[in-house]
Design a protein around this ligand. Structure first.
Ligand SMILES: [Ca+2]
Length: 212
């Protein structure tokens, strides 16, 4: 069954929790204002990380997206923690990944997104055969302030339990209105929540679009 991506509701409890956490970051993150005030982002070195899966776009690792060395900058709440074992696809190397279960929330460090960052993608392994993993973006702009979060949910029905596969290409800059219209950079946090089911996540990668 093909991968299906659609907006789905989350529980009020999870939304309240995410709102409280990201709201706190707005008040306390020292790098937040700098990231949101850049005109364009500095794009890090890239590789064609998902080429073996037929995706020849360039990708760079999201901050802490390998979940090695304690996943610096990530905030893990509830059933969300680092476990032993790296994704075996070789997108990135290492020995750790993120495990997230029902009600768990994992929030990335804030990073810069501009029109050259249309997508993000990651490696995913369901531990059980049913469930839904939601991804959200918390977005802040120097012009408009905190835009709140944009919500997406991916039902990973084509995934077999315990099998690592790449996620779909999740919308990033191309779904943030001010960025998609060619505006200035914004500051973004990726938010993963498991409504139910248990997932391992590793190698969270951002797509810096390059003209070839
Ligand atoms: Ca890893």
């Amino acid at each position: 069954m093909p991968l299906t991506t659609s907006a789905r509701p989350l529980t009020i409890r999870i939304l309240a929790l995410v709102g409280a956490v990201t709201g706190a970051f707005v008040l306390t993150s020292p790098g937040a204002a700098r990231a949101a005030e850049q005109v364009a982002c500095e794009q890090p070195p890239t590789t064609q990380a998902f080429a073996k899966y037929g995706d020849r776009a360039d990708y760079a690792v999201a901050p802490g997206g390998t979940f090695e060395d304690g996943a610096p900058g990530w905030t893990l709440i509830g059933w969300a923690h680092i476990v032993n074992g790296n994704e075996p696809g070789g997108i990135t190397s290492g020995s750790k990944s993120l495990r997230i279960g029902p009600g768990g929330v994992a929030i990335s460090p804030e990073f810069c997104v501009d029109p050259a960052n249309p997508h993000f993608r990651y490696m995913l392994r369901p531990i059980v055969s049913v469930g839904s993993l939601s991804t959200m973006l918390n977005v802040r702009s120097a012009l408009t302030g905190n835009l709140g979060w944009l919500h997406y949910s991916t039902l990973n029905l084509r995934y077999l339990p315990l099998l690592w596969l790449p996620s779909s290409r999740n919308a990033l800059g191309n779904v943030i209105p001010s960025v998609a219209l060619g505006g200035k950079a914004v500051a973004v946090r990726l938010i993963f929540t498991a409504k139910d089911g248990i997932y391992d996540i590793d190698s969270v990668m951002v797509d810096p679009y390059r003209s070839r």
